[in-house]
Design a binder for this molecule. Structure first.
Ligand code: AMP
Length: 622
């Protein structure tokens, strides 16, 4: 997955459906796409600059907002109005972050409640969602500038341990930035996809994704079966990363040079200088044996082995997390088939060695660890765009698809777990005489009432020629093509009137949401069965009243006064119980109305039949 410098002013990228992959990181963020020509994932970068955009937002006194490298410069100059690590605040209340509040140099509103945090800059307040949206907006603009095409759709990654609120917050940030977030993807899943893992349907693998960034450490154990990723366990430390490595080097120098804590607190510039040199030293030592430099007359030296000794304890901590993650996943080390390295700090050779020797196998580190998550997000985006025909992420429908029928009931046409492509059709009819239109509302979900499911689309079949109720034959067909696109068509068979619509059912639903919808249906199964029975009883009662009234109206002259009165009473009784939630009572009164009307309906029917027969005999002798 070599990096390809992109200069795409070519027509080939002028496609409207450019879906990008975005790694919205704690320290750095970046955007990747599948290169339309090479078909390889590439990180977007402007000429001569890094693909990484620091996740930092600076608010100028003049009301300006800058993001990225420009904003990073203000971290020291204007710490109160320069926001970093906004991701750590996503979906959090002040109580959630209380113990780490000192980490943030800007003002986080301490309202001591469970409500979501806000950040105060000057007289303005910003939610983490707004702050993240500013980063996303900037990434979007950069991408548009590089690609010379509008970017409106994205896959955004989040840590595997993000809860629903945090995922939703990320989705909202995307929306606010003008992006249609097609999927929220787990970072370890994205990293695996970037290594091509999970792209082969037959493959069954257990993967450990070791992600050591600038400020956070995550270990995730994933299982892929038939292209489906399952997170078995996660562990880590949200305040452990490369920054701590830098801190260890600073400590090493302070000891060597006899610089005290107090003097550093006083001399902020020296402190900052040392930190920057420490990071440079760390990076240098990833490829060299020793580092030396000078600051303010201080000779700064460190060898690789001194560095390794200094960070040994930190690396040990990450390995302990790996053990815990394995225990939580109830797996032995040798059950791990593949180890994937993510995050800039995995470039440290001692980290690679420790991870490799713990899992007892070589680690996968060929893809740039800073870009691997975004590259994987681009792979997923490409699959969603339907460009990757060989690999369909969604080879089964995760949830049932159907339409709304009488009484708000869900009528399932394609049940969940159906293999795609697939199709199904069913006939419906009108409820009223002369009804010329029919509303087709498409839903996704497992609940019996459509109101509990997710509405995907709605359209009207218009122009049905006037016919008595029940006569039109409206065939509704569902077709899910190989790209996972659902085409719903409604056709009145007698007249040929037709209408159709396309929807993409999986868009906008995270795996977690699908799971929640399924869980919901299980929790409410009993209640749903009851509701369905009640709705059906009510619908049946309503229909019986309607047909009986119509019958009496047409044939009143053939009925006795007693029959008409008994019918009127039975209808009134039934009407009075319909609103009740008592299904048995409704059924009982429906049956009562039926038994009043059945005798005269049969009598009239017989008369009509015998009339027809005698008529036939007379006029048409054989
Ligand atoms: P990330 O959050 O994944 O962007 O990781 C950034 C962290 O990786 C920072 O702490 C960087 O100092 C660190 N990093 C980047 N390049 C190297 C390198 N060559 N060797 C060691 N650490 C590095």
């Amino acid at each position: 997955m070599a990096k390809i410098g992109i200069n795409i002013a070519t027509g080939s990228l002028q496609q409207s459906e450019m879906i990008v992959g975005i790694d919205l990181g704690t320290t750095n963020s970046l955007v990747a796409i599948i290169h339309p020509e090479s078909r390889q994932p590439v990180a977007l970068q402007e000429h001569n600059s890094s693909s990484l955009v620091p996740s930092v937002v600076h608010f100028g006194e003049d009301g300006s907002v800058v993001v990225g490298e420009e904003a990073k410069k203000f971290l020291v100059l204007a710490p109160q109005s320069t926001i970093f690590s906004a991701k750590r605040l996503m979906g959090k209340s002040y109580n959630d972050i209380r113990t780490n509040a000192s980490f943030f140099t800007y003002r986080i509103i301490d309202d001591n409640t469970e409500s979501l945090v806000k950040v105060q800059v000057g007289s303005k307040f910003y939610s983490p969602v707004e702050l993240s949206s500013l980063i996303l907006k900037d990434l979007k603009q950069r991408a548009e500038h590089i690609l010379k095409t509008p970017v409106t759709k994205a896959v955004i990654t989040v840590p595997a341990y993000f809860n629903d609120a945090q995922r939703q917050a990320t989705r909202d940030a995307g929306k606010l930035a003008g992006l249609d977030v097609l999927r929220i993807l787990n970072e370890p899943t994205a990293a695996s996809l970037a290594y091509g893992l999970g792209l082969n349907k037959e493959e069954e693998k257990t993967i450990a994704v070791y992600d050591l960034g600038g400020g956070t450490f995550d270990i995730s154990i994933l299982k892929i079966t038939q292209g489906i990723f399952e997170v078995l366990s996660t562990n880590g430390d949200t305040y452990l990363g490369g920054d701590d490595f830098d801190q260890m080097i600073v400590k090493h120098w302070m000891e060597q040079l006899g610089i005290s804590e107090a003097s550093l607190i006083e001399d902020k510039t020296l402190a900052q200088e040392l930190r920057l040199r420490a990071e440079a030293a760390k990076k240098w030592l990833s490829n060299n044996e020793s580092f030396s430099d000078a600051v303010n007359g201080h000779q700064l030296r460190i060898t690789r082995s001194q560095f390794e000794q200094a960070v040994q304890g930190l690396i040990r901590k990450t390995i302990d997390s790996c053990s815990q993650a394995l225990r939580d996943a109830k797996l032995e080390k040798d059950a791990i088939d593949v180890v994937v390295m993510v995050g800039g700090s995995t470039r440290v050779p001692a980290v690679k060695q420790a991870v490799s020797s713990f899992f007892g196998k070589p680690v996968n580190d060929s893809v740039n660890p800073d870009e691997v998550v975004a590259l994987g997000a681009a792979v997923q985006a490409d699959i969603l765009a339907g460009n990757n025909k060989e690999f369909l992420l969604l080879d089964i429908t995760p949830l049932s698809l159907g339409i709304e029928t009488m009484g708000g009931l869900m009528d399932v046409l394609i049940s969940r777990n159906s293999k795609i492509p697939t199709k199904a059709a069913r006939q419906y009819t009108t409820q009223k005489d002369g009804q010329s239109g029919m509303r087709i509302s498409v839903y996704q979900g497992e609940r019996d009432l459509v109101k509990d499911n997710r509405k995907l689309a709605e359209f009207n079949l218009e122009g049905i020629p006037g016919m008595p109720a029940g006569l039109p034959k409206v065939e509704v067909s569902f077709l899910i093509n190989a790209d996972g696109i659902l085409v719903v068509r409604a056709r009145e068979l007698r007249s040929g009137v037709e209408q159709s619509i396309e929807v993409t059912p999986q868009y906008g639903l995270t795996d977690q949401q699908v799971e929640n919808m399924l869980l919901d249906s299980l929790t409410h199964a009993q209640e749903d069965i009851k509701t369905r029975a009640l709705v059906e009883a009510r619908t049946e009662a309503g229909q019986l009243i309607e047909t009986t009234e119509r019958f009496v109206e047409k044939n009143g002259s053939y009925l006795t006064a007693d029959e008409i009165e008994a019918t009127r009473q039975a209808i009134a009784t039934l009407q009075s119980v319909i609103a009740s939630g008592n299904k048995d009572l409704i059924s009982e009164k429906t049956e009562a109305l039926n038994s009043v009307s059945r005798p005269y309906a049969e009598r009239l029917m017989d008369e009509a039949v015998s009339k027809a027969i005698s008529g036939k005999t007379l006029s048409d002798p054989i």
